[in-house]
Structure formats: C-alpha cells, structure tokens
Design a protein around this ligand. Structure first.
Ligand code: HEC
Length: 141
C-alpha cells in the first residue's frame, strides 16, 4: 500500500468505529426515553367530574387546615355544623370563592384572633360545580 492509501484506510476504519460507537450510545439512551414516556400515563388524569364533595375536600387540601375529620385544628376552625350559620348552599359557595368579603362579620373577627396563622384561601379559580359539591357536602356535616 502507498502512503495515501494507508491514510484513506485509516480514516475509513476511524469512521466505522465512530459509527459503531454512535449506534451503541443510541441504544443506551432508548430505555431513558421509555421512562419519560411513562409520565403521561392516564393515572393523573382523573377528572374532578367523578369526585364527590368529600373527595374534593381532600383533593383541594381543605383537610390540611381544617383537619382530616373536619373537626378543626390549631390552624382553622371546625367545618361541622356549618348549616346553622351559612344556611344556604349559595352563601357557602360565595364564601369559598371570596372569603375576604366576609371578613367584617363578627364570626370572622373571632376567627382571626383565634387562628392568627391560618388564612382561608379563596377558591375563586375553581369550577363552581366542584364548589357546589363541596358546599352540599359541608352542609350535611
Ligand atoms: C391554609 C389553611 C386553610 C385551607 C387550605 C382551607 N381553609 Fe377554610 N379556613 C381557614 C381559616 C384560618 C378559617 C377561619 C377564617 C379566617 O381566619 O379567614 C377558615 C374558614 C373556613 C370556613 C368558614 C367556617 C365557619 O365557621 O364559618 C369554611 C366554610 C371553610 N374554611 C371551608 C374550607 C374549604 C371547603 C376548604 C377547601 C376547599 C378550605 N376551607 C381550605 C383555613 C383554611
């Protein structure tokens, strides 16, 4: 072989080696791709349509502050016996959508002193149908 032929041959071999390395690393990446595909499994797509008021209260995190049994914690009052004060479903939905607008009533002045660290979040961004289910559920507690 002449010198140029040796160079050409050497480059060819180099290319073949690089090509094979490329193939091998591609195969290594395959399982990683499969794992990322798993994140869009249908598990997380449960629509709130099928959830009852009781389940919504848990999934919206109400129980984090009001307690798993809704009997109240040191962060928030009990959600039992609400019917006496709120009487109607619409009142309660309005409250959940905008708790601040009820702040001036005596009931909430007392709460603010009793639960200085707790703030009732407003749920105005939630589906009114879901809030209705929650209100229905709470009024039976
Ligand atoms: C971060 C804590 C927190 C979360 C989460 C929370 N609340 Fe509250 N909630 C409070 C506090 C504190 C009060 C007392 C009023 C106040 O201080 O604003 C309150 C008051 C209430 C009241 C009025 C109680 C009464 O005696 O009239 C209702 C009803 C209520 N919450 C329902 C809910 C529902 C339903 C959810 C979930 C969708 C929820 N809360 C989530 C903290 C919370």
């Amino acid at each position: 072989m002449t010198k140029p032929q040796i160079w050409v041959a050497a480059f060819l071999i180099l290319f073949i080696i690089l090509f094979m390395i490329g193939r091998l690393t591609k195969e290594d990446e395959m399982p990683v791709k499969d794992f990322s595909g798993m994140s869009d499994s249908p598990m997380g797509q449960q629509s709130s349509e099928e959830l009852t008021g009781e389940k919504l209260v848990m999934s919206f995190g109400c129980t984090n502050c009001h307690g798993a049994d809704l009997a109240g914690t040191n962060m928030a009052p009990t959600l039992k016996g609400l019917k006496e004060f709120w009487s109607s479903r619409d009142n309660l939905i309005n409250y959940l959508r905008n708790p601040n607008s009820f702040m001036d009533s005596d009931r909430f002045k007392v709460y603010r002193e009793k639960y200085p660290n707790g703030i009732m979040p407003s749920y105005g961004n939630k589906d009114v149908k879901d809030l209705g289910k929650i209100a229905d559920y709470l009024l039976t507690q």
